[in-house]
Design a protein around this ligand. Structure first.
Ligand code: NAD
Length: 422
């Protein structure tokens, strides 16, 4: 069975981001002036990318880079390669980056980039030419003090190496700090590759502790067995949880006794899919989301849980490893059911936090060991979790609104103190 990668947008991702902004801005009682200054992107660049394909023809791709806010520091955010990339989606992702960097209190603003393409159907050579053309086209916006891209869906450390090289060619010297998520040999940070999954893991542990649910034996379901989802699954498995179901874009698989995670990861690495893993039963995507479990980790794309399926969710904790996997309508249903939702801008902030560590190490030319990175990451994530939980309990707002209040409140404070008024 094939799971469609097409994403339905009952409400656009950017509309959902704006709706969630309004909820938090109302709870913070933000003035209309401040709202005008922080709600919408500062800069949007749309680029045409002519690339010679292996068959000799030129194909025109469309790319985007959006800087939502640089109020608290340089723009920061990943680059996505996917057939469904639109300007609307990139605007939403850039907006979430602004609040996310503020939630974990790192000195970055929010940005995001994307190219509408089908990377799975492209050769390495085509991907390299596309990436270099894109890097050259967004050159005026990026730089270690301006805007620092990183990997996102279907981009990786190789993509970042090509961007770093293209940027450095224009300067005449290597500039590792222009991107994060680089290979270690080019100034990447130990622990960056697994940072998002590790951050998800820390927040799930905090949530389980708060709810007094033991992690040992807790049943976990992961939608999207990619970088973020698979690492979170592995760490939860190592902590004693039972990962009973996972999915990728091709299939969903289930084993009531739990998977051997290292074996499953090796299988996915070798075959490129989870389908066909021994001792697994194939199930439908809607069955996966509705499984009886303690923790559900949506780690694929936006709008996975909306009003059409939220009522089927049985998980006690939903940990948003992906950006925007639950729509505002889905939020309302989950809240009514008493689900503990760890919002994306908190749950998956481990990635940008270690990107920040990487940027700091590049700027200082001094590199940390992996234990150092993990310890610092755990401290950042547990502090942010405690701050969001406190706002949730004190103000009696949803966890999503609490996280947005923390992030948006910090950006508003920065804008007021900088005195950006006209
Ligand atoms: P990835 O490309 O490594 O993995 C994505 C996975 O989702 C793949 O296994 C793919 O097959 C699967 N997938 C795609 N469509 C699916 C569908 N309809 N049903 C089930 N599975 C599907 O990407 P990633 O880096 O792990 O990113 C996943 C999510 O996490 C995205 O929303 C991304 O924005 C978010 N995120 C990633 C990072 C990071 O550092 N990688 C940081 C923050 C947030």
């Amino acid at each position: 069975m094939r799971v469609s990668e097409a994403v339905k947008f009952p409400k656009s991702a950017h509309e959902a981001a704006l709706e969630n902004f309004d909820l938090a801005a109302n709870a913070l009682d933000l003035s209309p002036d401040i709202r005008q200054m922080i709600k919408y992107p500062e800069r949007i660049l749309q680029v045409t990318l002519p690339v010679r394909l292996d068959d000799g023809h030129i194909h025109r791709f469309e790319g985007f880079r959006v800087q939502h806010s640089t109020a608290r520091g340089p723009g920061k955010g990943g680059i996505r390669y996917h057939p469904n990339v639109t300007l609307d989606e990139v605007k939403a992702l850039a907006t979430w980056m602004t609040w996310k960097c503020a939630v974990v209190n790192i000195p970055f603003g929010g940005a995001k980039g994307g190219i509408t393409c089908s990377p799975k159907d492209m050769s390495q050579g085509e991907l390299e030419r596309l990436t270099r053309r894109y890097a050259a086209s967004i050159l005026p916006l990026i730089g270690p003090s301006q805007d620092i891209p990183a990997p996102d869906v279907y981009t990786n450390s190789q993509t970042m190496a090509w961007i770093m090289d293209t940027y450095s060619m224009t300067k005449g010297y290597p500039v590792p700090g222009v991107v994060t998520g680089k290979p270690i040999c080019l100034g990447g940070s130990l622990g960056r590759n697994e940072a998002t999954g590790r951050g998800v893991y820390y927040t799930v542990l905090s949530a389980l502790e708060h709810l007094r649910i033991p992690v040992k034996g807790a049943k976990v379901v992961v939608q999207g067995f990619g970088n973020a989802g698979s690492i979170a699954a592995l760490l939860l498995h190592e902590a004693g949880a039972t990962v009973v179901a996972v999915s990728d874009s091709r299939a969903c698989i289930y084993n009531s006794k739990g998977f051997d995670l290292p074996k499953l990861m090796a299988y996915k690495e070798k075959t490129g899919q989870v389908l066909g893993f021994p001792e697994a039963q194939e199930i439908r995507p809607e069955e996966l989301l509705a499984l009886n479990c303690e923790v559900l980790v949506p780690a694929a794309l936006e709008n996975a849980i909306d009003s059409s399926n939220a009522s089927t969710i049985k998980a006690k904790v939903v940990a948003e490893a992906a950006n925007g996997p639950v729509t505002p309508d889905g939020d309302a249903e989950l809240e009514a059911k008493g689900v503990f939702l760890i919002p994306d801008i908190l749950c998956n902030a481990g990635g940008v936090t270690v990107s920040y560590f990487e940027w700091v190490q590049d700027e200082q030319h001094l590199f940390w060991d992996a234990e150092d990175v993990y310890k610092r990451l755990e401290r950042v994530m547990s502090t942010a979790f405690a701050e969001v939980l406190k706002i949730h309990l004190d103000h009696k707002v949803s966890l999503r609104t609490a996280a947005n209040m923390l992030g948006i409140g910090r950006v508003a404070e920065a804008i007021k103190i900088r005195g950006l008024y006209p």
